[in-house]
Design a protein around this ligand. Sequence first.
Ligand SMILES: C[S@@+](CC[C@H](N)C(=O)[O-])C[C@H]1O[C@@H](n2cnc3c(N)ncnc32)[C@H](O)[C@@H]1O
Length: 317
Amino acid sequence: MLRNARHGGRIARAHLFRRQRVDRLHELLGDLPAWLEPLLRYVLLDELGPRDREVVQRVEHLRQEVAARRDEKYDIFASPKPGTAGTVDNPTERPTAGRQRQLTAEWLAMMTSKHQFAGTVLYLLSDGSKAERIVEFGACVGISGAYLASGASCKEFITMEAWPALADVAQGVISQVHQNAHVRRGLFNDGVDKLLEEGGKFDLVYIDGHHEKVATIQYFERMIPLLNPNCVVLFDDIYWSEDMFAAWELLRARSGFSHAIDFGDVGACLWDGKSEHPRLIDLGPYTTFSGSWKAGHDRLQPLKSFVAELTPKALRE
Ligand SMILES: C[S@@+](CC[C@H](N)C(=O)[O-])C[C@H]1O[C@@H](n2cnc3c(N)ncnc32)[C@H](O)[C@@H]1O
């Protein structure tokens, strides 16, 4: 009897929880373009269509294949220290990449690459926005690339990576989901020079490497002439460090974006080139991320401040 009552209580709470999220979904759809509905359904209600599930399974299978190389080592650039690319008003002309590190294939696939939840968000952004030309900064072993290139409208996928051996792995992975995928070897700024020279526009830009505030802003600013109207611009690891969070604070308020959506890890901005102030949508609380930065931050600080507020002044002094 008691067990039945408890079970009934749990079901009632689950219904209420779902109803609140459905209400939030409808509220958000009033503010956001309709193409975002499948993504919002995934983030808020954990719903995913059959084709979308297949995409996720295929990419996760590719991840497992890379991880199975276990201890094979690859060079990679770590993200450089904050402040190494100058200041926002005075950026260095070519920000220097971070230090070289060696990581195993298993670590790169399981830890460095975007995890399944964020990968699915990337895929739904690519698919929903009907992005035809996509460019990524930071291929690594090709996992986020495979998610992005799986969007049904993708006609060409380009990604950039400094380390040739990693670029080879990424090419092998992304080519399994898209025939017109190109991993370009070299530093990001040299890659941007080439893109500017070629002149083709992009529908989706994803910046996931060189996580330093000024460098991140600079890569984006250089890409502006290549953004199609309605381009989706994604900034990764916006909570990686206090410095990256500062970059996100500037970017999410930048004119030219109509909306800035915080997924708690990835920041997605919708470019229209004319809006003065983006609408900020915070989906962080619905994702697996806490929304506090990972590096260089005392994660307990908010709790400590809260306790300090409650403690009588006399006890604190
Ligand atoms: C975080 S990893 C990318 C992960 C990948 N997007 C994923 O989720 O599957 C960043 C990659 O960018 C590369 N990288 C960092 N700074 C770079 C630079 N300035 N030029 C070219 N490649 C760079 C690194 O070597 C690394 O492979």
